[in-house]
Every structure is written in C-alpha cells, then in structure tokens.
Design a protein around this ligand. Structure first.
Ligand SMILES: *[C@@H]1O[C@H](CO)[C@@H](O)[C@H](O)[C@H]1NC(C)=O
Ligand SMILES: *[C@@H]1O[C@H](CO)[C@@H](O)[C@H](O)[C@H]1NC(C)=O
Ligand SMILES: *[C@@H]1O[C@H](CO)[C@@H](O)[C@H](O)[C@H]1NC(C)=O
Ligand SMILES: *[C@@H]1O[C@H](CO)[C@@H](O)[C@H](O)[C@H]1NC(C)=O
Length: 511
C-alpha cells in the first residue's frame, strides 16, 4: 500500500515536472510520414479525357558553375537517391573500416541514427562491433516520429561521405536496436540523418546533431541546401529512384533558376517558418492567418505530403473540388485511402488548380509566394493496374501543424541558411516537365493585409505561462495530498502498534 502510493507519487511527480518545466521536451512528436503504399483502387476509378502523357526529366542538370572556395559543390550534385514516397537518402561510410549505409535525409528531426540490428525491411545494418573507432556511451535513446519510432544506444564514430565535403568527422550515432513502424517495405535506407536544430535532439540537446559537428570539424559554412527531383515521377515501387542533391556548406547555382527568396526561421527547433496566406487557383482561402500556423509551420524533407491543419485542409479540398470541375471524387481520394485512376496515357492535371503558399519575407512587411502545379500534388502511383494510371492526393490533414513536405519541396531548391536563420526557396532546375516549370516563386507582396504575427508565438507563450502556473499550483496541491496520503498510513500503523496517538502527541510536545 505504502509502496504503491510512493510509486504513484513518483510517477505523478515525474509527469508533472515534465508538464511544468518541459512541455515541449516531453510531448512533441517528430514528423516522418512516408507513404506506406496500401491503396484500394477498384472503387475509385475515374475515366476522364486528359492531356497526353508527360514525362519528367529528373536528370537534366547542367553543371556549368565554376566552383569556388574550399568545398566543391559540383561533387555533391546528384548525391541523393529516392522519391517523395519513400524518402531521399545519401550514401555514407560509417565506422573504421567504413560500412556503407544509405541514410534518409530528414530536416524534421535532429538525431543521426542507423540500424544496428536486422529488420525484415532492410537489407543490411551497421555493426558497431566491427568498427575499431566506435565508442559506446551506454546511454539509451529513443525517438518517436509522427509515424513510427525506434530505440537504441548512443555512441560516437567516424563517418565520411563520398559525395560530400572532403574529410572524416566524428559524430554522435544512435545505434537502432529495435523499432516500430519506422523501417517500411520497399525502402532502400538503413538510417536517418536529422538535419534540424539541437533542441530536437534526444535524449536532450547536448547530443550534438550531425550537421553541427560537420560545420565545426570541417569548418564549412553553416548552411546546406536540398534539391529533390521526384516531381511527376511515380511515388510507389518503381525500380529506378529519382534522386536529388544535398549540398553541404552552401548553394550550388546550377541547381536553380531565378533568385532565392528567403523566409525567417522564427524558432530554431524544426525549420519553423511563418505562413501568411494560401491560395487555390487564384482564390485566397481567406482564413485567419494564425490558422495556417496552428500549432506551427515547418519545412520537412522527411514528410511525404503537404500537411495542413484540419480547418485549412478542409478549405483547400473544398476550393479544389469547386475549381476542378470534377464532382464525383469519393471522399476516399481526399483522405488518402483511395486513388483516382484514368485510362493509361491520360493525365488529369489540367483539371486541377495551382496551390500557392505565401511566406513571410525577410523584410517582415513583405511576403513572397511559392506555387506548385497539380503535377506536384496529384501524384502518379505506378504498377497498380495495367490499364490505368492512378494518382493519389499529395496533401493530407494534420493535427500537429502545417508541414511543407516533399510534395512541395520537389518544386524548389530549398536553402537551409542556418547562419542567417532563414530558409530560401528558388525554382528547382529539375522541377520541369516537357519544358514546363512545375513550380513558381514570386514576390515581393505586401504583408499589410495579414496580422503582424501569424505564428501563434505570442498566443502560445501567454498560454504556456498560464498553463505552467496552473500546473505548478496543481503540482503543489497534488504533492500535499500525496504527502498526506503517505503520512496517514504511517500514523495509522503507529496507532495499531505500541505507540498510541496520545503518546505520539506527547512526544511531539516534548520535542
Ligand atoms: C476495396 O473496396 C471494395 C469496395 O469498396 C471492397 O469491397 C474491397 O473489399 C476493398 N478491398 C480491399 C483490399 O480493401
Ligand atoms: C473506368 O474504367 C475502368 C477500366 O476500363 C472501369 O473498370 C471503371 O468502371 C470505369 N469507371 C467509371 C467511373 O466509368
Ligand atoms: C576533395 O578533394 C579532392 C582532391 O583535393 C578534390 O578534387 C575534390 O573536389 C574535393 N571534394 C570536395 C567536395 O570538396
Ligand atoms: C520593406 O518593405 C516595405 C514595404 O514594401 C518598404 O517600404 C521598405 O522600404 C522595405 N524595407 C527594406 C529595408 O527594404
């Protein structure tokens, strides 16, 4: 009885301490939403006359720039493989002698982790015992993502990236020993490279993230940029993945056209940005701009979809339905459980509007907009049926914020300028189909028509204060109650033993 209440007390205290002093540390999940590939096609076949088949050129890069500085960016071009559905990965050599691994590039988390035990969905794994440079710390670590989780042990080892900056660096590695829903069928990667800020690192922010270590040890600029080239390609089990580039240390001019538009990182944990407005076709959704950032808006290469807060998602679906002239979509298409199919060779894209996201510009009284064509968000799924071309909706609803995922990122060359605390978007050289650009970047626009702060930061902060005071009060009350509960049984035991209530009172008095 006493043991039980003490145990409950300890659990409650931990729980409340967690709530009182580290809300965000304890209870947020890191988004990783890779399409798992289960669809029911039979009930959602649509046969609509459409454009001729369009093929995408994922590899038409012109490598014309003259490399400058100590890092040769051209050597990093095309160092990624993958697609939006199963993620983009880079090859690394881990340990001594090097064990080659494919590592998922994820800007929505901050741990570097690699499989260190067999799993049915991976071909090979890192064996720390075979690396002479591996040092275990004995510290357990686990990370929970929007989808899936893993547990493992923290260690330190040397890595090098063949198509990355020259040199070997010593980095924190989480050796994954068990996982659930993290490795998926059809993936060709064995680990994850979390490129976000230390605040998201587990078990805590003292575990220096990969890119922080790389910047320190190789003395490269604190900036990386990402081009993902799966636009218009099938997001399911095709044999040859699309590819892309992760440029570490700067920006490679051959990977984009026009200028780079930057939006401030409003808080350094995720790449947390501020969305001011959404348009479907040319029509403004006209929601309160705080709705778009409820409860945050982030740029995340490890999330497949463009994810929108529920209210925003519903408004987008309604606007698309209104402007697409296609009335007979089953709701299953919008919620992602069904595909829409057309006769082979026909493409449905001309029936759908463009989507535009307005982001706060670095001049905060201005904004710029990134626009994706339907080719990016009505995504072909291959090999479903010989007669049909089937497509899924690349937008989904979210309970934990707006996520600019691969669906959108595939249209742009995205610059993560950590040194200047901003994320840049430019037209990607590979988001082109049949000579037509699949994305647009325009600006500047006046931001006078929206609130000065759409990010919910002020709101969140004031709520946090109120909540934490309230919780502290509750903590105190619960502590008192539990202490009483602990004391009372003791007193009762005393009563039943030799010492009477009276004598204990006497003893107290004597004291
Ligand atoms: C697919 O949908 C049809 C009709 O809604 C249903 O009868 C069938 O069982 C479903 N198949 C699968 C594999 O879910
Ligand atoms: C579309 O075509 C497929 C294959 O020819 C057929 O099975 C399906 O019933 C058609 N759907 C509609 C809505 O006509
Ligand atoms: C690495 O060093 C080699 C030889 O000095 C050089 O040719 C290459 O461009 C360098 N790679 C990078 C990414 O800087
Ligand atoms: C920022 O934008 C406003 C409105 O367009 C403009 O008046 C102002 O000059 C800009 N500030 C800077 C520093 O460019």
């Amino acid at each position: 009885m006493c043991y039980m209440s003490r145990l409950i007390l300890i659990l409650l205290i931990r729980h409340f301490l967690c709530l009182c002093f580290g809300m965000s540390e304890c209870y947020f999940a890191i988004p990783l939403k890779i399409y798992a590939g289960k669809y029911n096609v039979s009930s959602s076949a649509l046969n609509v006359t459409s454009l001729r088949g369009v093929t995408s050129d994922g590899g038409g890069l012109s490598l014309a720039s003259d490399p400058t500085g100590k890092v040769n960016f051209l050597d990093m071009v095309n160092n990624l493989e993958g697609d939006s559905g199963r993620g983009y990965y880079i090859e690394m050599s881990i340990g001594t002698p090097g064990q080659p691994m494919n590592i998922l590039v994820d800007t929505g988390s901050s741990n570097f982790a690699v499989a260190a035990a067999p799993h049915p969905f991976i071909t090979h794994y890192f064996n720390p015992a075979l690396s002479s440079t591996y040092v275990s710390t004995g510290i357990d670590v686990s990370v929970r993502y929007t989808q899936g989780n893993w547990e493992g042990e923290l260690g330190v080892d040397q890595i090098s990236i063949l198509k990355g900056p020259n040199g070997t660096i010593s980095i924190n590695i989480a050796a994954i020993l068990s996982s659930e829903g993290f490795f998926l069928p059809g993936i060709n990667w064995q680990g994850i490279l979390g490129l976000a800020y230390p605040k998201l690192a587990r078990p805590d922010s003292s575990v220096e993230p990969f890119f922080n270590s790389m910047v320190k040890q190789l003395e490269i600029p604190d900036i990386f940029s990402l081009q993902m080239c799966g636009a218009g390609l099938s997001a399911s089990n095709t044999a040859d993945p699309a590819g892309g580039s992760l440029i570490m240390g700067g920006v490679e001019p051959t990977l984009y056209r026009g200028s780079v538009w930057y939006t401030p990182v409003i808080e350094e944990w995720y790449y947390n940005v501020e969305v001011l407005k959404l348009e479907v076709g040319d029509q403004n959704l006209d929601l309160d701009c705080r709705e778009y950032n409820m409860d945050k808006a982030i740029v995340d290469s490890g999330t497949t979809m463009l994810r929108l807060p529920v209210n925003v998602f519903n408004a987008v679906v309604e606007a698309i339905t209104r402007s697409s002239l296609i009335q007979d979509f089953s709701s299953g298409f919008w919620d992602g459980t069904k595909l829409a199919c057309w006769m082979k060779g026909e493409t449905p894209w001309r029936f759908f509007p463009k989507l535009s996201i307005y982001l706060r510009a670095t001049n905060t009284s201005q904004s710029f907009r990134i626009t994706i064509l339907p080719q990016l968000y009505i995504q072909p799924i291959k090999d479903v049926d010989g007669m049909l071309d089937c497509f899924r909706f690349g937008v989904s609803s979210s309970a934990n914020g707006l996520v600019i995922g691969a669906t959108v990122m595939e249209g742009f060359y995205v610059v993560f300028d950590r040194a200047q605390r901003r994320v840049g978007f430019a037209l990607s050289s590979c988001a082109v189909s049949g000579g037509v650009a699949l994305s647009e970047v325009d600006g500047p626009f006046s931001a006078a028509d929206v609130a000065a702060d759409c990010s919910n930061r002020m709101f969140k902060e004031s709520v946090m204060w109120v909540v934490s005071y309230a919780l502290m009060a509750i903590c105190a009350m619960v502590l008192i109650i539990l202490l009483l509960l602990l004391v009372l049984p003791l007193r009762r035991r005393h009563r039943s033993g030799e010492i009477t209530d009276e004598s204990s009172l006497v003893r107290h008095r004597i004291k």
